[in-house]
Design a protein around this ligand. Structure first.
Ligand code: URA
Length: 430
C-alpha cells in the first residue's frame, strides 16, 4: 500500500477501505507518511468528504492511535462534551448531579481554547484543587465518590494532534468529517457507556448556523452509535453567553449558585436538558422522572454535597469562593449610552473581552488571572436605561479595562423594541 495511491483515491472521490484508512493514520503517527502527504490527504477529504463508514473507521483509527483510558469501575459511566462556548460551566453542574444519582463520571477535560473557557482552568481557580493526579488516584476517587475530573494525561489520540496542527495551517479546519472525527476520536479513548454532546451554534461557536451544527451533531451521533455507545446530542445556542458569570472563579461561583438552587437561569435549563439526556440514556427512567430527579438533587442539597465531596477529594477548598472571594481586586462598570432593550450580546466579543482581562490565554504559556472576568448585569432582552451598568469587569490589572470594554461594546446592540428570547436548547439529535 502507498500513501500516494490513498491520497489519489480520495482526491478522485472514491471511498477508502478500512485497511487503507488504518494504514494512512498509522503511517502519519509513525512518521512514515510525511506532513506534506498528510496535508494533501486532509485537503482531499475537505473537498470530497467521507461516507459514514469511512468517517467511523477514520475516527476509530484516531482513537486507537495512542493510549486508551481503561477502568474497572462498575455501573454506568457517562460523559458530556461541549464543542465550546462562553460562560459554559455546565460540566461543573451536570457531573455532581448525575454522580449523586449513581452514574459514574470519570472525566478528562481540557483547558480554554481561544475565547472559549475550559473546565480544567475553572477547577484550578479553586484553592488547592489538583487537576493532575496519578492515574490510580484518579480512579480511586471516581470509585469512592462517583466523580473525578483531571486534565488530559498520557498520549491520547496522537493522530489527532498531527491532523489538527496541519489542519490549522492548511485551511482544512472547517470540514464536518474532520471536525467530527477529531472530537469523537478523543472521546472514544475513554470507556464511557453514555456520551451526550452539547453542540453549540451561534456567534460564539465553531458552527455559526443551526444547519451546520445539526449536520455536525448527526455525524458525531452516527460515529458514537457505530462505536457501540449510547449517545445523543443537544444543539444549544451560543449567540450570547450562557449564564451571567464569565471567567474561571466567577464561573465556579455561578455553578455553585445553580447547584444550591439559588439561580434558575438559562445555565440551569441547559444543564438540566443535558443531564436529562444522560440520565435517560443511562436507563434511569423516562424524561419526566429524570427531570424530577435533576430538580430534586438540587433542592435537597445532594448535588452540592456531591460537588463539595469531589472538590475536597481532589485537594480543593471552596471556603474562599463561598465566602465571596472570587473576584479580582479591580472593578470597572460598562455603562449603556442609551435606553432601550439589549438586542445583541455577542458571545465571541464577551469571550474575548474576558480573555483581555486575564481570564484566558493568548499564548500557551500565558498565566491565567483566575479571578478575572465579567459579570453580566444585563442579559439579552433586558430593559436598559441610559447610564445603567451593562456589565462589571474584574481584573488584577486595571490597565486592561479600556481594551476589554471596547471589545465588549463591539458585541452590544441596544434596540427600541424588546426581542423575544428563545430557549437556548434548540434541538435534540438522538
Ligand atoms: N474541537 C476539536 O477537538 N477538533 C476540531 O476539529 C474542532 C473542535
Amino acid at each position: 500500500m502507498r500513501a500516494y495511491d490513498i491520497i489519489k483515491k480520495k482526491r478522485d472521490g472514491f471511498e477508502l477501505s478500512k485497511s487503507e484508512i488504518d494504514f494512512f493514520v498509522n503511517g502519519a503517527v509513525s512518521g512514515e507518511i510525511k506532513d506534506y502527504q498528510v496535508s494533501a490527504f486532509l485537503m482531499a477529504v475537505y473537498f470530497k468528504g467521507m461516507t459514514e463508514r469511512e468517517t467511523l473507521d477514520f475516527t476509530l483509527a484516531i482513537a486507537n492511535s495512542g493510549d486508551k483510558v481503561k477502568t474497572d469501575i462498575s455501573g454506568v459511566k457517562a460523559d458530556k462534551h461541549s464543542t465550546g462556548g462562553v460562560g459554559d460551566k455546565t460540566s461543573l453542574i451536570i457531573s455532581p448531579v448525575i454522580a449523586s444519582l449513581g452514574i459514574k463520571v470519570v472525566k478528562m477535560s481540557g483547558r480554554g481554547l481561544g475565547h472559549t473557557g475550559g473546565t480544567i482552568d475553572k477547577l484550578e481557580s479553586i484553592k488547592g484543587f489538583k487537576t493532575e493526579l496519578p492515574f490510580d488516584k484518579f480512579i480511586s476517587i471516581a470509585e469512592k465518590t462517583g466523580l473525578s475530573i483531571i486534565g488530559q494525561t498520557g498520549e491520547l489520540a496522537p493522530a489527532d494532534k498531527i491532523f489538527y496542527s496541519l489542519r490549522d495551517v492548511t485551511a482544512t479546519i472547517d470540514s464536518i468529517p474532520l471536525i467530527a472525527s477529531s472530537i469523537m476520536g478523543k472521546k472514544l479513548t475513554a470507556d464511557d457507556d453514555v456520551i451526550v454532546l452539547d453542540v453549540k451554534t451561534g456567534s460564539g461557536a465553531f458552527m455559526k448556523t443551526l444547519e451546520q451544527a445539526e449536520e455536525l451533531a448527526n455525524v458525531m451521533v452516527a460515529i458514537g452509535k457505530g462505536a457501540g455507545k449510547k449517545i445523543s446530542a443537544v444543539i444549544t445556542d451560543m449567540d450570547s453567553p450562557l449564564g451571567s458569570f464569565i471567567g474561571n472563579a466567577l464561573e465556579v461561583k455561578e455553578a455553585i449558585d445553580v447547584l444550591k438552587g439559588k439561580v434558575k437561569n438559562d445555565l440551569y435549563l441547559v444543564s438540566k436538558a443535558l443531564a436529562v439526556e444522560i440520565l435517560t440514556l443511562s436507563g434511569f427512567g423516562d424524561i419526566t422522572a429524570c427531570e424530577k430527579a435533576f430538580d430534586s438533587q438540587i433542592e435537597s442539597g445532594k448535588a452540592f454535597e456531591k460537588f463539595n465531596e469531589f472538590i475536597t477529594e481532589q485537594g480543593g477548598d471552596l471556603t474562599e469562593i463561598l465566602s465571596g472571594e472570587y473576584k479580582a481586586t479591580y472593578t470597572f462598570q460598562i455603562k449603556s449610552n442609551k435606553s432601550g432593550y439589549l438586542g445583541k450580546l455577542n458571545a465571541e466579543n464577551v469571550g474575548v473581552a474576558s480573555l483581555i482581562l486575564g481570564a484566558g490565554r493568548t499564548k500557551k504559556e500565558d498565566k491565567i488571572d483566575y479571578k478575572a472576568g465579567i459579570v453580566l448585569n444585563k442579559k439579552l432582552g433586558d430593559r436598559v436605561e441610559k447610564g445603567e451598568t451593562l456589565a462589571t469587569l474584574y481584573s488584577s490589572n486595571e490597565n486592561l479595562f479600556r481594551a476589554s470594554e471596547e471589545e465588549f461594546l463591539k458585541g452590544v446592540e441596544i434596540i427600541a423594541e424588546r426581542v423575544e428570547i428563545k430557549s437556548k436548547t434548540l434541538k435534540f439529535v438522538r
